[in-house]
Design a protein around this ligand. Structure first.
Ligand code: TYD
Ligand code: MG
Length: 457
């Protein structure tokens, strides 16, 4: 016998056309793969005498901001990315490649919740309780107050949560959870959306902060749905290179804080450790006096991070010389190579150019332009850049060096690590007050790429 299911329809996500059956192409707007299963909601009776539990308009002045309620996990890197701690009733989506350490991160967070606040619930649809236990042992998590539920039915999860009344819930992963109200398979767009919508309502109603783990597709978006990103309050991405130990937690959307902040962790034998001084880590293996290597400063949120940028220029046997960029934007590097050819007269035409940011870091900030130019020039001329020098500045097509933001913060960071010389835009030099922290730093202001070349070599 067939169990009775709630009524569902397929709705085109592009134009809203409804159909009782799934179709590959929307008959109305002609878009492909836009039909997503949705539950049919009974329409509310309009104008019915009975008031439903809707909210009243409030005076803005009467509303409390609720900042004081944030729960500080004491994992500093996580707290900062969240905007200063976990907000009650918030729903946070954590995305990332498989094996990057999402489960480890949330388990360490739940440890803090369970030790500092009270009960915490870890729902896993991917791993058995014994697997979770093994990871917890590896992390040295004490079992007190931390509950594990291996379940994929949404109704069961919500029931367990209501019974337990935890201080935080983690659902690992949202793609494994299903609601029986939709016949489609777990992980389908319809299911993921329905499940996260219901979890969101639950979080808002109970005030329990809820963390959803989401898988990431090949092209880097959280699997299933962009829509998921619209539903939740905060979207965090956990990134990193498998070949390297460090991991970066980045806020892509945050209703309760800045999206510019990043948190840096290092994956160790016993879990994720915070990296308080990322610059030190990224520069740890820097070769001294090697050509094509330069230290640049990249601003990640409010935090400057020093990184090593390398370039290798070699004569090419190809008709179309290769330009390979890892960690920096390809188009930007092409543009800067053109500037070097035209404004400095460097013949890079028959040369392969490779540019790489060491450590798997990705930099997308114009302030590293001058660094790219310096690295390419250093490799081309086979002259090393002094090891105690940092290079920063944006470069325009006319070969002019433009001002960068927060030069002072970047300089202080560099000074802390023992750098004593910095090439930076002249405009910035004029504005900088020589504080005690910058006493030993020699500031070499430049206006054009040619001037920078003179200062460098
Ligand atoms: P995991 O949190 O399971 O990743 P995800 O949930 O994102 O798929 O972590 C997977 C990797 O992390 C795994 O390859 C082993 C490594 N790891 C450590 O190096 N140290 C540790 O303490 C733990 C728990 C995992
Ligand atoms: Mg996992």
């Amino acid at each position: 016998m067939k169990a009775s299911k709630a009524k569902t329809v397929y709705v085109c996500q592009s134009c809203g056309t409804q159909s009782p059956r799934w179709m590959g192409k929307c008959p109305d707007c002609g878009q492909w793969n836009t039909m997503v299963e949705e539950r049919v909601e009974k329409p509310r009776e309009i104008g019915s005498a009975k008031r439903h539990d809707g909210a009243e308009p409030l005076l803005l002045g009467d509303i409390k901001a609720g900042e004081e309620d944030r729960f500080v996990t004491k994992i500093g890197e996580l707290d900062r990315v969240l905007g200063g701690g976990i907000v009650p009733g918030s729903v946070v989506l954590v995305g990332g490649d498989p094996g990057i350490g999402k489960s480890t991160l949330v388990l360490q967070m739940l440890r803090q919740v369970s030790e500092l606040r009270g009960k915490a619930l870890y729902v896993s649809g991917e791993e058995s309780p014994s697997q979770i236990k093994m990871r917890a042992q590896r992390l040295g998590v004490k079992a007190e107050n931390l509950y594990v539920l291996a379940e994929t039915s949404l109704d069961e999860i919500l029931r367990a949560a209501d019974e337990l009344q935890p201080q935080a819930i983690v659902v690992d992963s949202v793609q494994t959870v299903y609601t029986s109200e939709l016949p489609s398979a777990p992980g389908s767009v319809g299911q993921v959306r329905e499940v996260s919508g219901r979890l969101m309502l639950h979080a808002k109603r109970t005030g329990i902060p809820t963390f959803l783990i989401g898988h990431v597709t090949k092209d880097g978006a959280i699997a299933g749905p962009r829509v998921l990103e619209h539903i939740v309050d905060t979207v965090l991405y956990f990134e990193g290179d498998r070949g390297h130990a460090f991991r970066i937690l980045r806020a892509v959307k945050n209703r309760f804080g800045s999206t510019n902040e990043i948190g840096v962790f290092e994956m160790k034998e016993s879990g994720l450790a915070e990296v308080a001084n990322p610059s030190e880590m990224f520069l740890a293996e820097r070769p001294k006096d090697a050509t094509g290597s330069v230290v640049v400063s990249s601003l990640e949120g409010s935090r400057p991070i020093l990184a090593e940028l390398q370039a290798l220029v070699a004569s090419s046997k190809l008709a179309m010389p290769r330009r390979t960029c890892i960690g920096v934007d390809y188009n930007r590097v092409s543009l800067l190579i053109a500037v070097l050819e035209k404004r400095v007269g460097m013949h890079l035409m028959g040369m392969d150019v490779f540019v790489n940011v060491v450590g798997g870091l990705k930099i997308d900030e114009p302030a590293v332009d001058l660094g790219v130019i310096a690295a390419v020039a250093s490799s081309f001329r086979e002259k090393p850049i002094p090891p105690d020098m940092v290079v920063m500045g944006e470069v325009g097509l006319a070969g002019e060096v433009r001002a960068i933001s927060q030069a002072e913060a970047r300089l202080k960071d560099a000074a802390k690590l023992g750098f004593t010389r910095c090439i930076l835009p002249a405009v910035n030099v004029e504005k900088i007050e020589k504080s005690a922290a910058l006493k030993k730093m020699e500031l070499l202001g430049v206006r054009t790429v040619e001037e920078a070349m003179e200062r460098l070599f």
